[in-house]
Structure formats: C-alpha cells, structure tokens
Unconditional design. Structure first.
Length: 226
C-alpha cells in the first residue's frame, strides 16, 4: 500500500549556494574579462578582443541567465516570439559591431568599447533568459522557439567566424594601425579571432539549442503517450 499523498515527503529545496552559484560565477567571469588584462590587449589584438566578446555572450550571459532561472527571478514560460526577437537583436548587434568602421572605432576609443561590451552582454542575456524561460510548463511551440533561437544564433556565429577565418586579407584597418601580438601578422591575428568565434560561439549556442531541443522531443513523446 502506498503512502497517502500528505505523507509523501516533499523534495528537499536546492541549497542556496547551488541556486546562486551560476549567477556568482557569471559575475566573477565578467569581472575577470573586463577588469583583467584583456581590455588592454584587445586594443592591440583582434584575437584578444574576440576572447572578451565570446566570454561575455557564450559564458557569462548563460551563467547569469541560469542563475536567474534557479533563483526564481526569471519568469518561466511566455511567448516564443520574444526568443526569436532576442535572437534577431543579437544577430544585428554582433554583425553590426563587427563591421570594419565600428570595430576599428571600438578598439581605439574606450567609450565605444564600453558601449560595445555592454550591448553584447544585454543582447546575450536577453537571448539566454528568454530561451531558458521556455523551460516552464507551457506549450510545445514555445519550447521549440527557444531551441530555434539558440540554433540560429549558433549558425550565424559560425558563419561570421568562418568569414573572419577565411578572409584573404585583414578586414580591419586596426590590424595595421594597432600592434597585434608580435608573433602574429594582422591577418593571422584576425584568423585566430575568427577561429575562436567559430568554435566557441558556434558550439556553445549549438549545445544550448540541442539541450532545449532534446527537452522538446521528450515533451512531445510524453504528450503523445498521454
């Protein structure tokens, strides 16, 4: 004979430090990215600039979003359209800031660098929070939109990374004006940055999209059985 419902012990709440650990790690990573040597190195190296960019959107932003989700501050559910709008906003910001004129200006002017990095963080946080918000008990289509938003972002980051990697010449004047790592030419520095975006940016968003898509398939199977 089973226990009555009232006698079944409730699951123990997750320890507070575990709930808030991702958020704390995200803040720590931002402090290291923005307060360490990378901003100074980014003035003279495209690859260092890309490390800072990927650290913000591919690691700090999802950690902060996961922390908000675990702490209960992130509203679950909502419309899948918000995820796709967030993905569009990140696409426009990333490709816009990598246009030669804007990128060169951001590497030479501190105010523009701050604006660039802040917009990267806001766009990444908006996309990851809306995507993780689809984990709530809502429609299958909403969860599918969350997976689609991350997968589309993975594709355009991979495309931009490949463009930077395969370009036959430096795309940015700062490659000649600034002084990249002494062991790299401006083109090699750009190729290294493109490789970082292609591997890190593409794979991180791909992994997130696949994880959400797996949840969609499980939900679809359970609804089919019901």
């Amino acid at each position: 004979m089973g226990l009555p419902v009232s006698a079944v012990p409730a699951p123990a709440p997750e320890a507070g430090w575990r709930r808030h650990a991702p958020f704390g790690l995200g803040l720590l990573l931002l402090a290291l990215l923005w307060g360490g040597p990378l901003p100074a190195r980014a003035e003279t190296s495209f690859a260092a600039h890309m490390v800072m960019h990927m650290g913000v959107v591919a690691f700090a932003a999802p950690l902060l979003a996961l922390g908000l989700s675990r702490s209960g501050l992130l509203r679950r559910g909502g419309s899948g359209r918000f995820v796709l709008l967030a993905a569009l906003a990140e696409f426009l910001l990333i490709w816009g800031w990598h246009a030669p004129a804007l990128h060169d200006a951001a590497r030479q002017r501190l105010a523009l660098l701050v604006l660039e990095q802040g917009s990267f963080l806001l766009a990444g946080l908006l996309l990851w929070t809306t995507a993780l918000g689809t984990l709530g008990p809502h429609r299958l289509a909403t969860r599918t939109a969350g997976a689609a938003g991350l997968l589309v972002t993975s594709m355009h980051m991979t495309l931009l990374g490949a463009l930077l990697l395969l370009a036959p010449r430096p795309l940015y004047e700062c490659g000649d004006i600034c002084s990249p790592f002494s062991t790299l030419t401006p083109l090699e520095d750009q190729q290294l940055g493109g490789t970082i975006m292609l591997i890190v940016g593409g794979s991180t968003y791909l992994a997130g999209g696949i994880a959400l898509l797996a949840g969609v398939l499980r939900l679809d199977a359970s609804e089919a059985r019901a």
